[in-house]
Design a protein around this ligand. Sequence first.
Ligand code: GLU
Length: 329
Amino acid sequence: MSGANQTPNPLCGRLAPSPTGALHLGNARTFLITWLSIRSRNGKLIYRLEDLDHPKVKAGAAEEAMQDLKWLGLDWDEGPDIGGPLKPYVQSARIPAYRAALDRLIASGQVYACICSRRDVETAQSAPQDGEDGLYYPGTCRDRFKDYQQAQAALSPDRLPAWRFAAGSESTSFADGFHGAQTSVAKEDVGDFAIARHPDGAGYMLGVVVDDAAMGVTEILRGDDLLATTHRQILLQSALGLPTPEYIHVPLVVGPDGRRLAKRHGDTRIAEFRDQGISPSRIVGLLASWCGWASPGEELMPSDLIQRFSLDAIPHHPIVLPEDLHLVS
Ligand code: GLU
Protein backbone atom coordinates (compact mmCIF):
# COMPACT_ATOMS: atom_id res chain seq x y z
CA MET A 1 0.00 0.00 0.00
CA SER A 2 2.29 2.75 -1.13
CA GLY A 3 1.25 6.27 -0.33
CA ALA A 4 2.33 9.21 -2.47
CA ASN A 5 5.22 10.18 -0.23
CA GLN A 6 6.38 6.71 0.78
CA THR A 7 9.50 5.24 -0.75
CA PRO A 8 8.42 2.14 -2.61
CA ASN A 9 9.92 -1.07 -1.27
CA PRO A 10 12.79 -2.41 -3.38
CA LEU A 11 11.79 -5.03 -5.93
CA CYS A 12 11.89 -8.45 -4.31
CA GLY A 13 10.64 -11.77 -5.60
CA ARG A 14 10.79 -15.29 -4.29
CA LEU A 15 11.28 -18.85 -5.45
CA ALA A 16 9.06 -20.85 -3.10
CA PRO A 17 9.19 -24.55 -3.94
CA SER A 18 7.28 -27.13 -1.92
CA PRO A 19 9.35 -30.30 -1.50
CA THR A 20 6.46 -32.53 -2.52
CA GLY A 21 8.02 -34.02 -5.64
CA ALA A 22 10.75 -33.62 -8.20
CA LEU A 23 11.26 -30.42 -10.16
CA HIS A 24 9.96 -31.03 -13.68
CA LEU A 25 9.79 -29.03 -16.90
CA GLY A 26 6.56 -27.36 -15.79
CA ASN A 27 7.63 -25.94 -12.46
CA ALA A 28 11.14 -25.25 -13.81
CA ARG A 29 9.56 -23.04 -16.48
CA THR A 30 7.62 -21.07 -13.85
CA PHE A 31 10.77 -20.63 -11.73
CA LEU A 32 12.68 -19.44 -14.80
CA ILE A 33 10.02 -16.81 -15.49
CA THR A 34 10.02 -15.74 -11.83
CA TRP A 35 13.81 -15.42 -11.86
CA LEU A 36 13.89 -13.44 -15.10
CA SER A 37 11.14 -11.08 -14.05
CA ILE A 38 13.20 -10.04 -11.03
CA ARG A 39 16.71 -10.29 -12.48
CA SER A 40 15.78 -8.29 -15.60
CA ARG A 41 15.01 -5.36 -13.27
CA ASN A 42 17.89 -5.90 -10.84
CA GLY A 43 15.64 -6.99 -8.02
CA LYS A 44 16.37 -9.27 -5.10
CA LEU A 45 15.40 -12.95 -5.06
CA ILE A 46 14.67 -14.97 -1.97
CA TYR A 47 14.55 -18.75 -1.93
CA ARG A 48 11.97 -19.98 0.59
CA LEU A 49 11.38 -23.64 1.24
CA GLU A 50 7.66 -24.28 1.76
CA ASP A 51 7.83 -27.51 3.70
CA LEU A 52 4.64 -27.20 5.75
CA ASP A 53 2.79 -29.66 3.59
CA HIS A 54 3.64 -32.56 5.89
CA PRO A 55 1.70 -35.48 4.39
CA LYS A 56 3.03 -34.74 0.92
CA VAL A 57 6.61 -33.72 1.73
CA LYS A 58 9.05 -36.19 0.17
CA ALA A 59 12.40 -36.94 1.75
CA GLY A 60 15.24 -35.45 -0.26
CA ALA A 61 12.98 -33.39 -2.53
CA ALA A 62 14.04 -30.07 -0.98
CA GLU A 63 17.74 -30.69 -1.61
CA GLU A 64 17.05 -32.00 -5.11
CA ALA A 65 14.95 -29.00 -6.13
CA MET A 66 17.69 -26.64 -5.03
CA GLN A 67 20.33 -28.65 -6.86
CA ASP A 68 18.18 -28.74 -10.00
CA LEU A 69 17.53 -25.01 -9.97
CA LYS A 70 21.24 -24.26 -9.53
CA TRP A 71 22.09 -26.66 -12.33
CA LEU A 72 19.68 -24.79 -14.58
CA GLY A 73 21.61 -21.60 -13.82
CA LEU A 74 19.18 -19.91 -11.42
CA ASP A 75 20.47 -18.21 -8.30
CA TRP A 76 19.13 -16.24 -5.36
CA ASP A 77 20.37 -13.66 -2.89
CA GLU A 78 19.05 -15.16 0.34
CA GLY A 79 17.95 -18.67 1.15
CA PRO A 80 18.37 -21.76 3.32
CA ASP A 81 21.75 -22.57 1.78
CA ILE A 82 23.30 -19.10 1.95
CA GLY A 83 21.40 -17.53 4.86
CA GLY A 84 20.50 -13.86 4.99
CA PRO A 85 19.12 -11.23 7.36
CA LEU A 86 15.57 -12.62 7.29
CA LYS A 87 16.38 -16.19 8.17
CA PRO A 88 15.12 -18.81 8.64
CA TYR A 89 14.09 -19.40 5.01
CA VAL A 90 12.46 -22.75 5.76
CA GLN A 91 8.79 -22.57 6.74
CA SER A 92 8.91 -25.38 9.30
CA ALA A 93 11.36 -23.19 11.26
CA ARG A 94 9.06 -20.15 11.16
CA ILE A 95 6.09 -21.48 13.15
CA PRO A 96 6.30 -18.80 15.89
CA ALA A 97 5.56 -16.17 13.22
CA TYR A 98 2.43 -18.05 12.10
CA ARG A 99 1.36 -18.45 15.74
CA ALA A 100 1.70 -14.70 16.29
CA ALA A 101 -0.39 -13.92 13.21
CA LEU A 102 -2.97 -16.51 14.20
CA ASP A 103 -3.25 -15.00 17.69
CA ARG A 104 -4.05 -11.64 16.11
CA LEU A 105 -6.76 -13.18 13.95
CA ILE A 106 -8.20 -15.01 16.96
CA ALA A 107 -8.18 -11.79 19.00
CA SER A 108 -10.10 -9.97 16.29
CA GLY A 109 -12.60 -12.84 15.95
CA GLN A 110 -11.71 -13.49 12.31
CA VAL A 111 -10.86 -17.17 12.54
CA TYR A 112 -12.43 -20.22 14.09
CA ALA A 113 -11.67 -23.90 14.50
CA CYS A 114 -13.52 -26.32 12.26
CA ILE A 115 -13.79 -30.10 12.45
CA CYS A 116 -15.35 -30.70 9.05
CA SER A 117 -13.35 -33.23 7.08
CA ARG A 118 -12.83 -33.94 3.36
CA ARG A 119 -10.28 -32.44 1.08
CA ASP A 120 -10.02 -29.20 3.02
CA VAL A 121 -6.95 -30.82 4.61
CA GLU A 122 -5.18 -30.18 1.35
CA THR A 123 -6.69 -26.77 0.84
CA ALA A 124 -5.35 -25.68 4.20
CA GLN A 125 -2.01 -27.36 4.20
CA SER A 126 -0.83 -26.97 0.65
CA ALA A 127 -1.22 -24.79 -2.38
CA PRO A 128 -4.55 -25.75 -3.96
CA GLN A 129 -4.38 -28.05 -6.95
CA ASP A 130 -6.74 -28.42 -9.87
CA GLY A 131 -10.37 -28.38 -8.97
CA GLU A 132 -10.04 -27.58 -5.30
CA ASP A 133 -11.30 -24.09 -5.83
CA GLY A 134 -14.66 -25.66 -6.49
CA LEU A 135 -14.95 -26.29 -2.75
CA TYR A 136 -17.33 -24.07 -0.90
CA TYR A 137 -17.55 -23.98 2.87
CA PRO A 138 -20.75 -22.51 4.30
CA GLY A 139 -19.51 -21.86 7.83
CA THR A 140 -20.85 -24.94 9.57
CA CYS A 141 -18.43 -24.64 12.50
CA ARG A 142 -18.69 -20.87 12.99
CA ASP A 143 -19.67 -20.25 16.64
CA ARG A 144 -19.60 -23.98 17.30
CA PHE A 145 -16.56 -24.26 19.55
CA LYS A 146 -15.17 -22.06 22.29
CA ASP A 147 -11.62 -22.59 21.05
CA TYR A 148 -9.30 -24.90 19.13
CA GLN A 149 -8.90 -27.24 22.13
CA GLN A 150 -12.64 -27.76 22.34
CA ALA A 151 -12.79 -28.50 18.61
CA GLN A 152 -9.88 -30.92 18.97
CA ALA A 153 -11.73 -32.74 21.75
CA ALA A 154 -14.58 -33.39 19.32
CA LEU A 155 -12.24 -35.21 16.94
CA SER A 156 -10.26 -38.39 17.29
CA PRO A 157 -6.69 -37.56 18.36
CA ASP A 158 -5.24 -38.45 14.96
CA ARG A 159 -7.17 -35.62 13.27
CA LEU A 160 -6.54 -31.91 13.57
CA PRO A 161 -9.19 -29.20 13.30
CA ALA A 162 -8.68 -26.58 10.58
CA TRP A 163 -8.50 -22.86 11.18
CA ARG A 164 -11.00 -21.07 8.97
CA PHE A 165 -11.20 -17.42 8.07
CA ALA A 166 -14.66 -15.99 8.69
CA ALA A 167 -15.20 -14.32 5.33
CA GLY A 168 -17.15 -11.07 5.27
CA SER A 169 -19.22 -9.94 2.32
CA GLU A 170 -16.54 -7.60 0.91
CA SER A 171 -15.06 -8.13 -2.53
CA THR A 172 -11.36 -8.26 -3.33
CA SER A 173 -9.82 -6.96 -6.55
CA PHE A 174 -6.35 -6.94 -7.96
CA ALA A 175 -4.71 -6.33 -11.31
CA ASP A 176 -2.86 -9.49 -12.22
CA GLY A 177 0.29 -8.72 -14.20
CA PHE A 178 -0.58 -11.40 -16.74
CA HIS A 179 -4.32 -12.08 -16.55
CA GLY A 180 -5.51 -8.53 -15.88
CA ALA A 181 -8.29 -7.38 -13.55
CA GLN A 182 -9.61 -9.93 -11.06
CA THR A 183 -12.51 -9.59 -8.63
CA SER A 184 -14.05 -12.03 -6.19
CA VAL A 185 -16.30 -12.15 -3.16
CA ALA A 186 -14.75 -14.92 -1.09
CA LYS A 187 -17.91 -15.41 0.92
CA GLU A 188 -19.77 -16.30 -2.27
CA ASP A 189 -16.98 -18.03 -4.14
CA VAL A 190 -15.39 -20.23 -1.49
CA GLY A 191 -17.09 -19.33 1.80
CA ASP A 192 -15.07 -19.46 5.02
CA PHE A 193 -11.77 -20.72 3.70
CA ALA A 194 -9.17 -22.79 5.53
CA ILE A 195 -5.92 -21.05 6.38
CA ALA A 196 -4.12 -23.89 8.17
CA ARG A 197 -4.68 -27.23 9.80
CA HIS A 198 -2.26 -27.06 12.68
CA PRO A 199 -2.74 -25.77 16.25
CA ASP A 200 -0.23 -22.95 15.65
CA GLY A 201 -1.53 -21.94 12.23
CA ALA A 202 1.31 -23.55 10.25
CA GLY A 203 -0.32 -24.13 6.87
CA TYR A 204 0.02 -22.97 3.29
CA MET A 205 -2.42 -20.05 3.25
CA LEU A 206 -1.36 -18.29 6.44
CA GLY A 207 2.31 -19.21 5.99
CA VAL A 208 2.63 -17.71 2.55
CA VAL A 209 0.96 -14.45 3.57
CA VAL A 210 3.00 -14.04 6.75
CA ASP A 211 6.30 -14.90 5.05
CA ASP A 212 5.82 -12.78 1.94
CA ALA A 213 5.29 -9.76 4.19
CA ALA A 214 8.09 -10.63 6.63
CA MET A 215 10.53 -11.08 3.75
CA GLY A 216 9.56 -7.86 1.98
CA VAL A 217 8.35 -9.66 -1.15
CA THR A 218 6.90 -7.13 -3.58
CA GLU A 219 6.24 -9.37 -6.59
CA ILE A 220 4.79 -12.86 -6.60
CA LEU A 221 5.07 -14.66 -9.91
CA ARG A 222 3.65 -18.19 -9.87
CA GLY A 223 1.48 -20.66 -11.76
CA ASP A 224 -2.06 -19.60 -12.57
CA ASP A 225 -3.47 -22.54 -10.65
CA LEU A 226 -3.08 -20.13 -7.71
CA LEU A 227 -4.86 -17.19 -9.35
CA ALA A 228 -8.11 -17.55 -7.38
CA THR A 229 -6.22 -18.24 -4.15
CA THR A 230 -4.82 -14.73 -4.33
CA HIS A 231 -8.17 -13.27 -3.27
CA ARG A 232 -7.95 -15.23 -0.03
CA GLN A 233 -4.39 -14.11 0.53
CA ILE A 234 -5.41 -10.49 0.01
CA LEU A 235 -8.18 -10.87 2.62
CA LEU A 236 -5.65 -12.27 5.07
CA GLN A 237 -3.20 -9.46 4.31
CA SER A 238 -5.86 -6.92 4.98
CA ALA A 239 -6.98 -8.65 8.22
CA LEU A 240 -3.36 -8.63 9.41
CA GLY A 241 -2.56 -5.11 8.19
CA LEU A 242 0.06 -6.40 5.73
CA PRO A 243 0.85 -4.94 2.30
CA THR A 244 -0.40 -6.63 -0.87
CA PRO A 245 2.40 -7.40 -3.35
CA GLU A 246 2.04 -7.37 -7.14
CA TYR A 247 0.79 -10.67 -8.51
CA ILE A 248 1.62 -12.27 -11.85
CA HIS A 249 0.12 -15.68 -12.64
CA VAL A 250 1.40 -17.53 -15.68
CA PRO A 251 -0.20 -20.52 -17.43
CA LEU A 252 1.07 -23.98 -16.55
CA VAL A 253 2.59 -26.69 -18.69
CA VAL A 254 0.06 -29.48 -19.13
CA GLY A 255 0.17 -33.00 -20.52
CA PRO A 256 -1.37 -33.94 -23.88
CA ASP A 257 -4.55 -34.75 -21.90
CA GLY A 258 -4.76 -31.12 -20.74
CA ARG A 259 -4.02 -31.95 -17.10
CA ARG A 260 -1.17 -30.44 -15.11
CA LEU A 261 2.15 -32.13 -15.73
CA ALA A 262 2.52 -35.34 -13.73
CA LYS A 263 4.29 -38.69 -13.78
CA ARG A 264 1.70 -40.20 -16.12
CA HIS A 265 2.94 -37.82 -18.84
CA GLY A 266 6.38 -39.44 -18.84
CA ASP A 267 9.56 -38.51 -17.06
CA THR A 268 10.08 -34.77 -17.33
CA ARG A 269 12.17 -34.45 -14.19
CA ILE A 270 15.10 -32.08 -14.48
CA ALA A 271 17.30 -34.56 -12.59
CA GLU A 272 16.52 -37.22 -15.17
CA PHE A 273 17.64 -34.99 -18.06
CA ARG A 274 20.80 -34.15 -16.13
CA ASP A 275 21.51 -37.84 -15.51
CA GLN A 276 21.11 -38.49 -19.22
CA GLY A 277 23.84 -35.99 -19.97
CA ILE A 278 21.60 -33.30 -21.45
CA SER A 279 22.96 -29.80 -20.96
CA PRO A 280 21.12 -27.21 -18.90
CA SER A 281 21.23 -24.86 -21.90
CA ARG A 282 19.10 -27.29 -23.90
CA ILE A 283 16.52 -27.44 -21.14
CA VAL A 284 16.51 -23.69 -20.59
CA GLY A 285 16.31 -23.18 -24.37
CA LEU A 286 13.26 -25.44 -24.49
CA LEU A 287 11.61 -23.63 -21.57
CA ALA A 288 12.38 -20.29 -23.25
CA SER A 289 10.83 -21.47 -26.51
CA TRP A 290 7.67 -22.23 -24.54
CA CYS A 291 7.69 -18.61 -23.39
CA GLY A 292 8.11 -17.14 -26.86
CA TRP A 293 11.70 -16.00 -26.19
CA ALA A 294 13.65 -18.54 -28.24
CA SER A 295 13.39 -20.61 -31.37
CA PRO A 296 13.02 -24.37 -31.00
CA GLY A 297 16.42 -25.98 -30.49
CA GLU A 298 18.22 -22.84 -29.29
CA GLU A 299 20.57 -23.42 -26.37
CA LEU A 300 20.61 -20.69 -23.77
CA MET A 301 21.28 -20.11 -20.11
CA PRO A 302 18.98 -17.95 -17.94
CA SER A 303 21.43 -15.04 -18.02
CA ASP A 304 21.25 -15.05 -21.84
CA LEU A 305 17.53 -14.43 -21.56
CA ILE A 306 17.60 -11.29 -19.44
CA GLN A 307 17.49 -9.07 -22.54
CA ARG A 308 14.76 -11.18 -24.16
CA PHE A 309 12.46 -11.41 -21.14
CA SER A 310 8.96 -10.16 -21.83
CA LEU A 311 5.71 -11.22 -20.19
CA ASP A 312 3.87 -10.16 -23.35
CA ALA A 313 5.55 -12.92 -25.37
CA ILE A 314 4.25 -15.68 -23.10
CA PRO A 315 1.27 -17.50 -24.62
CA HIS A 316 -1.98 -17.03 -22.75
CA HIS A 317 -2.91 -20.68 -23.02
CA PRO A 318 -1.31 -23.59 -21.18
CA ILE A 319 1.72 -25.11 -22.89
CA VAL A 320 0.99 -28.67 -23.95
CA LEU A 321 3.93 -31.01 -23.50
CA PRO A 322 4.78 -32.34 -26.96
CA GLU A 323 4.25 -36.10 -27.23
CA ASP A 324 7.47 -36.41 -29.21
CA LEU A 325 9.77 -34.56 -26.82
CA HIS A 326 13.20 -35.99 -27.58
CA LEU A 327 16.02 -34.25 -25.80
CA VAL A 328 18.47 -37.14 -25.89
CA SER A 329 20.50 -36.91 -29.06
N1 GLU B 1 4.97 -23.44 -2.54
C1 GLU B 1 3.84 -23.34 -3.40
C2 GLU B 1 3.90 -24.40 -4.47
O1 GLU B 1 4.95 -24.95 -4.73
C3 GLU B 1 3.72 -22.01 -4.08
C4 GLU B 1 3.49 -20.95 -3.12
C5 GLU B 1 3.00 -19.68 -3.71
O2 GLU B 1 3.50 -19.23 -4.71
O3 GLU B 1 2.13 -19.10 -3.12
O4 GLU B 1 2.88 -24.70 -5.05
